[in-house]
Design a binder for this molecule. Sequence first.
Ligand SMILES: [Zn+2]
Length: 314
Amino acid sequence: MNSSLTDESIGDDLSTTEAIVTYKVVDNGTERGKRKLVSSDGHTFTMKRQNKGSTEWRCSIRNKTTLCPVIIKERVGTYNANTEHSHAAKPGILTAVKIQAELKVKAPMTLFEPAQNIVDNILAEHVDNREPEASIQAVWRKIQENGLQTAYSQKDAVYKFFRKVLALPFLPAEHILPTFNKLEEKATTDQIKVVMKYIMDNWLTSNIWTIPTWSVFGRTIRTNNDVEGWHNRINQKARKGNLQFYLLISLLYKEAAQLPTQMKMVSEGKLRRHQKKQSRTTQSKLFQLWNLYTSQEISTNQLLKRCGGIYGPN
Ligand SMILES: [Zn+2]
């Protein structure tokens, strides 16, 4: 069984593959409570015109200094851009828009609920599900169920194979499916196929647990302790002298909008966060790897191998 798997490169290098951009419409996404279109590459759009069979969305970046020309044409679930954006993207924007939209809907319904409960609930929904350990543990259990743990613990080809599979969340969302397919071609035994099918059904083709929700590429990975620290910090700010609700919204928005900057700062070692030394080291290693991947200095295969090395179960 073990000899059927080799640790050779996955094949075509995906780091140079053009990213597939996906779009999501967020209800209540705009300041005025209208729908907002958000792209996976960090841009937002407001509706310009609704025609018979299509909708036109215009890039939200339209101010005195930047008048972005991008128009997205939506037609039966497909989205096409007319040109390139004339400004930088904001990678954390989808989370920020979702949090804002949810606060707008929930705030009037929860007038009598303490502000920090609302904050906790919304943040928990948007932050906790990005924790990679939960999904990795689910696969790890599946490996054990299928009697593969001996092979795995002997650190042979099966071990190296699943290390890579378990490191899939560390890839950019658009590289995950093609990489999974490459790995699956190497799954030659029934036991391994069962685990790969489980991952396919539960991770790759799930409607609820979509790939962009579990890709942690470029994200600060929060452990439970870390999330607690973040909640405490916001709660402290929120409690300080009857913070009015609109101020809370702007505080939350700032937190969400800051995420991409925080990531950059963490990678540059400039930000002191409530992280244990261990997890801070892990985080900076990850950012180093992601930088190397983005600048195409390491291949998809190398990224998976190295992420598996610092994060996978031993
Ligand atoms: Zn734009």
